[in-house]
Design a protein around this ligand. Structure first.
Ligand code: AMP
Length: 395
């Protein structure tokens, strides 16, 4: 696996696919610069080698060249994060970009306008990718968030750099973290899967059953398992058409010697609202009119024991409706358990969707081993798929 550390960028132009798809407020100010900060080590290493950087990214889902999605809005934020002036080409292809890339000197940065202003980007158009390829001597992919897309800048462009392509340090770290959980893991290995729906996690569950010793199923999706086992779940969310599948997953787990841990009690609410009345009940005895909305205290105690006996932990999906303050306790408690296990030497990876938001919101970001930057890309990796953006660098 080639990374930026395998190259000396002195007098070289690096064409870097970054993920600067950052959230903006109504004044076009960046409200969360995490993605820019995450790309900093790669960019700085290249500049310090004596190279220059041509940065390319998408922002949002524009239909054509819509000004509101222009990357010009984030130039000053990038300059603040990197401490380096950023030049800008107002179209990612064409004469201006060609000239500005050509004139780039060691130590300088050029940002190209939003790649998705051209339909060719998402189509993975080869001619478009070839135009982009002309800007650099070495292609660096540091955008995990789009590594599951075979777009021109994430995948197709790599073919024009047969000997000079590599992973940026962020993408390399993502790959290593996934590998540490799925392939080179220290046992016992635990996966905690929560969130709303079984259906969105089936492929993940099926793939990781071969890799883990323990599986915790929490959050909204646990009710499909409970009902399938004959429990009363009141008005809790449930996918009736997935009940058979849930039983099949439990059977597969047993055959594979995976210990499955399902909640035993639950905080039930009489309304899907932060101000609802609540009671703690056994998870298979939820009264009609009430719905399970957060993990109960006995469940959290059980989960804590499992988490603290494992050496490798993957966490995907919250244990309750953490967006409502009164129902965030289960997710917070799990965060504490994982933080504690990590402090005692476990490797913990948080990835894929809402658990990342929860970990950030509740301040666990620095207390787990790694927080993934790519939702969809992480889920597809956990499903066992080879991501096209990664395969293109490895080939
Ligand atoms: P996912 O995107 O599949 O990880 O699902 C995350 C969502 O699951 C969050 O928005 C949570 O509010 C929701 N969730 C977790 N537990 C429950 C529950 N018991 N009832 C309803 N929604 C839940």
């Amino acid at each position: 696996m080639k990374t930026i550390n395998d190259f000396n960028f002195e007098n070289k132009k690096a064409l870097i696919r970054v993920d600067f798809n950052v959230p903006l407020n109504d004044n076009f100010e960046v409200t969360d610069a995490t993605r820019i900060i995450s790309a900093k080590p790669t960019i700085i290493k290249i500049l310090e080698d004596g190279g220059s950087c041509v940065l390319m990214s998408h922002l949002g889902r524009p239909k054509g060249a819509q000004e509101e999605f222009s990357l010009k809005h984030i130039i000053s934020e990038i300059e603040d994060v990197l401490g380096v002036e950023v030049k800008f080409a107002s179209d990612c292809i064409g004469e201006e970009a060609v000239q500005k890339a050509e004139a780039l000197q060691p130590g300088q940065i050029l940002l190209l306008e939003n790649l998705r202003f051209h339909d060719e980007e998402k189509k993975g158009d080869e001619a478009f990718a070839e135009k982009l390829s002309k800007y650099g001597d070495i292609y660096v992919n540091d955008a995990f968030g789009t590594a599951h897309r075979a777009h021109a800048s994430t995948t197709i462009v790599a073919q024009f750099f047969p000997e000079a392509k590599c992973f940026g340090s962020l993408l390399a770290k993502e790959i290593e973290s996934i590998d540490k959980v799925l392939n080179n893991s220290e046992k016992p290995v635990l996966a905690v899967l929560g969130g709303a729906k079984v259906s969105s996690k089936i492929t993940v569950i099926e793939n990781i059953l071969d890799k883990v010793d323990h599986l915790i199923i929490g959050g909204g999706m646990s009710f499909t398992f409970i009902k399938a086992q004959g429990g009363k779940i009141g008005n809790s969310i449930c996918e009736d058409d997935k009940m058979e599948l849930a039983l099949d997953i439990l059977k597969q787990a047993e055959a594979k010697n995976v210990q499955v841990h399902i909640p035993v009690d639950v905080v039930a609410a009489d309304d899907f609202s932060n101000d609802a009345n609540t009671q703690v009940v056994d998870i298979n005895q939820i009264p009609d009119g009430w719905q399970g909305i957060d993990a109960g205290p006995r469940t959290l105690e059980n989960f804590d024991k499992v988490v603290n006996q494992c050496k490798t932990i993957l966490w995907n999906g919250p244990l309750g409706v953490f967006e409502m303050e009164n129902f965030a306790q289960g997710t917070i408690a799990l965060g504490h358990s994982i933080a504690n296990s990590t402090k005692n030497g476990a490797f913990s990876l948080v990835g894929g969707g809402d658990s990342v938001a929860a970990v950030k919101q509740f301040g666990f970001e620095d207390k787990v081993s790694y927080v993934s930057t790519g939702g969809g890309a992480m889920l597809e990796s956990l499903e066992g798929k080879t991501l096209p953006g990664i395969a293109a660098i490895l080939s």
